[in-house]
Design a protein around this ligand. Sequence first.
Ligand SMILES: [Fe+2]
Length: 135
Amino acid sequence: MSIYNWDESYTVKVELMDEQHKKLFELLDDFYKNLSKKDNQENILKIIAGLRKYTFQHFFAEEMLMKKHNYPFLEEQKVQHHLFISKIDDYENRIKTGKLLISIEITSFLRDWLVNHIKKEDKKYAEFFNNIGVK
Ligand SMILES: [Fe+2]
């Protein structure tokens, strides 16, 4: 069973972006599921690295689409994306150096951030892109 799921209420009405957002939820879910396993630090670090990589690729794809179509809130998006990646890097470094214990707070923070970003920021581009025929 999945704890973190994408559902229709998160749609940004651009198919590729919805697909990538779904994948982000899957990766977070994988992270969550691995929390309860013992002696799993190495595996979790691999999952975090994978999540970071995919998130970075997704943000890049989103920003490229925005740039291509002169989306007016690109800069705001970039700032938020950058902060999120920095947060993942920070978690990763603190876990590696033993300054942070892997916990559910990490996955809930990342999940809450993502949900909030999709619902408040990304949903703003749905109408903009749909109006110019990008779906
Ligand atoms: Fe975004």
